[in-house]
Write a protein that binds this ligand. Sequence first.
Ligand SMILES: *[C@@H]1O[C@H](CO)[C@@H](O)[C@H](O)[C@H]1NC(C)=O
Ligand SMILES: *[C@@H]1O[C@H](CO)[C@@H](O)[C@H](O)[C@H]1NC(C)=O
Length: 216
Amino acid sequence: MSNKLVLLSVLALTFVCVALANKPAPLQDFCVADSNSSVKVNGVTCKNPMQVQAEDFFFSGLHLRGNTSNAVGSKVTPVFATQIPGLNTLGISMVRIDYAPWGLNPPHTHPRATEILTVLEGTLQVGFVTSNPDNRFITKVLQKGDVFVFPVGLVHFQQNIGNGYAVVIAALSSQNPGAITIANAVFGANPPIPSDVLARAFQMDKSLVDELQAKL
Ligand SMILES: *[C@@H]1O[C@H](CO)[C@@H](O)[C@H](O)[C@H]1NC(C)=O
Ligand SMILES: *[C@@H]1O[C@H](CO)[C@@H](O)[C@H](O)[C@H]1NC(C)=O
């Protein structure tokens, strides 16, 4: 083998190993979540395959607009393994997100999923921030039909920058992506994070920390 071929083979093998390390291939056609099982595993135990029905792979309701009458002006409608038991172990899920005019899906991260989003209606400014030490803000304005990716674990947001209504559909690479909204996790923790910790971390006055904690 030429050196180039060896290098290519090693590269190919590395990609295969990385792919396997990230998400193991399923060991059966499906593993529909058995909501009655009390056994704790990484995911949920499987329902008897002979009792599996089409309903286990089905959800209805993503045509319905979410209620955006809240402090941030957005609403996420999830379709995770909780909503579709058949998603258990498959490493994929979906959401609908509605935005009131100028509504915001505030900065948050999904600890277990990359997200790919497409705009069905409206104009959104979206962005994410890279890891330390760069913390580079990568942002773009999206129109109807545009698609954008938020890499796993990175802090990201979407804001409706129009006077009209906006809606997106997004897919996530986990049956249960998880969401950590930064403002709520930091200033709305229960019980609260000591205010001197936050005052020092954010280099701000303790009174301002108290105000934010009271709000969240
Ligand atoms: C859970 O148990 C209830 C009552 O026995 C039964 O009706 C239901 O079908 C079970 N669900 C699953 C997912 O097996
Ligand atoms: C939307 O949510 C607000 C605030 O919780 C509530 O007052 C209102 O009734 C809801 N509207 C609908 C149509 O459900």
